[in-house]
Write a protein that binds this ligand. Structure first.
Ligand code: DGL
Length: 273
């Protein structure tokens, strides 16, 4: 099984692209909706929740887990990979969403070196962690990086306010400093922002290329499975999809199906503590 973990609903945008790109595999999705959003929480708390979530998914039989949440990838992934995994599941693998998109941007800048002004938007925790800055600077030294946290966007998306004029006004407010910096590439560093892709593109204008994770993360996963046949061989390919939430099943299903763009057949409630 491939495990996909997110604080709540947002990771379903990543799973959606896995199901399109790699439909044959079995997937388990875990959304910790009872404790979401993670985006304004402390690094210690995010790490604790992540440890509980990946432990749950490994116990369910996952060989590989994708942390489909930027906040978790930024705040907890490194410690999980370097310390927790070797001590607990030395054969297990946990991957995140930051490196695939940072690599795609670095690749783009390599092609057009003059277009080297990069903007990042995300939750407060993701932006404060500077995880994107670190990865981008490693891959492409000399980039001009600007970032902006957009804490109001997650609740607006979850309320279904994507097309409303209030949301457009808030987007303009958040994106203005990045527009003034004349950025060439904008990273959508939060899973929810996929649902605002068109609105964000419109505000940023034609000269700015907007990078959204799902497509790049799915490509990276496909590539990873080719490069690791020993892991790939262990993952069942019966197209099974199971969804777990830590909160109300009906609410998860109703909103989740909008993020996933398809029906969720098996949804169960779990407790991670
Ligand atoms: N999934 C989170 C992210 O990509 C956004 C939601 C949250 O704050 O929990 O950062």
């Amino acid at each position: 099984m491939i495990g996909v973990f997110d604080s709540g609903f947002g990771g379903l945008t990543i799973l959606k692209s896995f199901l399109a790109r790699l439909p044959a595999y079995d997937y388990i999705y875990l959304g910790d909706s009872a404790r979401a959003p993670y985006g304004n929480k402390s690094p210690e708390l995010i790490y604790k929740y992540t440890e509980e979530a990946v432990d749950f998914l490994f116990k369910k039989g996952c060989e590989l887990i994708i942390v489909a949440c930027n906040t978790v990838s930024a705040e907890a992934l490194r410690k999980i990979q370097q310390k927790w995994l070797p001590e607990n599941y030395s054969d297990g693998r946990v991957l995140g969403v930051i490196i695939p998109i940072a690599e795609a941007v670095a690749e783009e800048v390599k092609k057009s070196p003059k277009r080297n002004r990069v903007g990042i938007i995300g939750t407060r925790s993701t932006i404060e962690s500077r995880a994107y800055n670190r990865e981008l600077e490693k891959l492409s030294p000399g980039l001009e990086i600007s970032s902006q946290s957009c804490p109001l966007l997650v609740p607006l998306v979850e309320e279904g306010w994507t097309g409303r004029k209030e949301t457009k006004m808030i987007l303009k407010y958040y994106l203005r400093p990045l527009k003034l910096k004349k950025i060439d590439c904008l990273i959508l560093g939060c899973t929810h922002y996929s649902l605002l892709f068109k609105e964000i593109e419109k505000v940023m204008g034609k000269r700015c290329q907007v990078f959204d994770s799902p497509k790049f993360v799915a490509e990276k996963l496909a590539d990873y499975l080719v490069r690791h046949p020993e892991i790939e061989a262990k993952i069942f390919k019966k197209k099974k999809r199971i969804f777990y939430t830590t909160d109300d099943v009906n609410r998860f299903k109703n909103l989740g199906e909008k993020f996933l763009g398809q029906k969720m057949e098996i949804v169960e409630k779990v407790s991670l503590q």
